[in-house]
Design a protein around this ligand. Sequence first.
Ligand SMILES: [Zn+2]
Length: 260
Amino acid sequence: MNFIDSHCHLDSPKFHADLEQTVERAFSAGAVALINIGVDLATSKSSVGLASRYRLIYASIGVHPHDAKTLSNDVIEKMRRLGREQKVVAVGEIGLDYYRNLSNQAIQRQAFIEQLNLAKELNKPIIVHCREAYSDVLDILDEQYLPHVSGKPPGVIHSFSVGVRYAQEFLKRGFYLGINGMVTYPNNTQLVEAVKIIPMDKILIETDAPLLAPLIHRGKRNEPLYVLEVAQQIAKIKNLSVEEVCQTSTNNTRQLFNLQ
Ligand SMILES: [Zn+2]
């Protein structure tokens, strides 16, 4: 069964001891690609490094809203150069996080806008992190980004975990929604309701590894192989086979990130 983990952080220190084996477990189970995501300049570089070492790993580059305060002009310039590397498929994760507020909100908005401009310039889709900042994210996307990308899928809302209303807002704008292990947690009714109405051809499956392990591994390190648990849960909710969920989300991921 073919599948793709569309969002993982294999450069995390949590994988230093057994990266090789972790990647091998995913590939021998049928992974046909893994997208490794940058959250600042250093991890964007490591992401590109992983992509050059492994044929089936692709990279995204970006500065996470938590680290927005590190996005100087110099960093943007370095990101721009990294963004032209061959296996960079997206700009992200970028966005707004008003839950943890690790960078000041105005600085987060500024960094988000600057990286939307970078995505436009590089002609790459975006990977959006949004927590408790939905109306600002939608406003910024509407004003600064969507008018410039008409005709192709704009990106993915990663770690989507809120309800039907925001699912519809993003779908209306052409976004894919990234569903991860949170869909396996009990009491996540609003996410389950959202998954019911999101068309299968708009879903990407992801782990966000090493974070957010699915229920049966909860509290432990997550890894790309466990994206199959996410597929299984979506299959159950949508009354589809797990093969169908894996196949369609693989096609979706290939299409969004323009993978061969
Ligand atoms: Zn992430």
